[in-house]
Write a protein that binds this ligand. Structure first.
Ligand code: NAP
Length: 337
């Protein structure tokens, strides 16, 4: 009987070792990013937390160190709302290779008033999308120098029913915070897929992968003192919500899989298995509006004009790539368990 090659089922509790590799997690000091960093640190890799708050980053490093024997975790200052910060962060990284960057940091405002960065951009669009766009511009040489490196962008279910207004990327007309947040996440998702197309066209070995964490609540998240404390009362009162959404420890798993799973391809999207809201990470079909290449190209051009950055990748010298096209059709097409 002929042997059938099957990729092993991804086990969130048995991650591959990644000693010698380096990963950067933006917003790694709190929330989902903290758990991405904690889980990646458990593989033996060096993990760098990109954080705008030194004290919070040091608390996260202490917490990870107390749970992961021999953890190699560092911190680099990064404020995505400050246009000067991404370049300075990359200069301060001090790494010879970068195997993956997880674009996780994000801000979500629930109430007006509309807030702006110093250079006049709406705060959520500037932090979540433009700041990461600029970061990837500055990281491109390091990622290119690391064959098979990965850029993992964190989208959101909130973007599923949203559309961009390319004529009002600063949200100056009819500002609604939840809509502006969802649009900023949609911008990140379109960016990730446009980046995938550009990486392929350039013959780069770097992969751009999209993830979304589902629904994640602090009240369903285990304590990690002093980073995050959950009382017994909170845990008990929110227990029923655990049927629908999950803690930030579980919400970190799509990004962790996107970083580590050798069978993940550029242009794929990973999210939680159960209704896209909770559960183990799986590769899922792209939502139809994410495949709108015209909008993605226009967004890229606008982001370049707004930031003065233009992430550019080349094939590493002398490297012959083996990456085939992504299926774009979810787990079944990708034959992953
Ligand atoms: N939670 C959910 O249900 C959910 C659902 C869909 C998508 N997401 C996405 O998942 C990601 C993480 O969400 P979360 O729930 O973990 O949020 P969170 O607990 O509020 O953590 C957000 C992280 O981003 C950092 N951050 C915010 N503004 C920043 C800036 N200007 N520069 C650098 N870092 C900044 C925060 O740093 P500080 O500690 O300094 O504030 C923090 O580390 C976000 O991209 C979010 O959009 C979350």
């Amino acid at each position: 009987m002929p042997s059938v090659h099957r990729t092993p089922r991804w086990d969130v509790h048995r991650l591959p070792r990644a000693r010698g590799k380096s990963f950067l997690v933006t917003g790694g000091n709190a929330g989902i990013g903290y758990f991405v960093a904690e889980q990646l640190a458990g593989t033996g890799a060096t993990v760098v937390l990109g954080s705008r708050d030194r004290a919070k980053a040091e608390a996260a490093i202490g917490s990870i160190g107390s749970r992961v024997p021999g953890a190699r975790v560092k911190y680099v200052p990064l404020d995505l709302a400050d246009p000067a910060s991404p370049a300075a962060s990359v200069d301060a990284l001090g790494l010879e290779r970068l195997d993956a960057v997880v674009l996780n940091a994000g801000v979500a405002l629930d109430h007006p008033p509309r807030r702006e960065t110093r250079d006049g951009h709406e705060l959520m669009f500037a932090t979540n999308h433009l700041g990461h766009f600029a970061l990837i511009h500055h990281l491109a040489p390091l990622l290119t120098a690391t064959p098979g490196s990965r850029i993992v962008t964190t989208g959101s279910f909130a973007a599923k029913s949203e559309r961009l207004d390319l004529d009002d990327l600063r949200s100056t007309q009819d500002y609604r915070p939840k809509r502006a947040y969802a649009r900023s996440k949609l911008a990140q998702m379109l960016f990730a897929l446009e980046l995938d197309r550009r990486l392929r066209a350039a013959g780069s070995t770097t992969l751009s992968v999209l993830v979304h964490p589902g629904g994640a609540l602090d009240s369903l998240t285990p304590s990690r003192p002093p980073v995050h404390l959950r009382t017994t009362g909170e845990r008990l009162s929110r227990l029923p919500l655990g049927l629908v959404v999950q803690g930030k420890d579980a919400a970190a798993r799509p990004a962790v899989r996107a970083v580590l799973d050798p069978s993940v391809r550029g242009g794929q999207m990973l999210g939680p298995r159960a209704f896209g809201l909770r559960g183990t990470p799986r590769i899922e079909p792209l939502w139809t509006h994410l495949t709108d290449t015209t909008t993605a190209a226009r967004l890229w051009a606008a982001s370049r004009d707004l930031t003065g950055n233009d992430p550019t990748f080349t094939a590493p010298a002398g490297f012959v790539g083996t990456e085939g096209p992504a299926t774009g059709h979810g787990e079944a097409g990708a034959s992953i368990g």
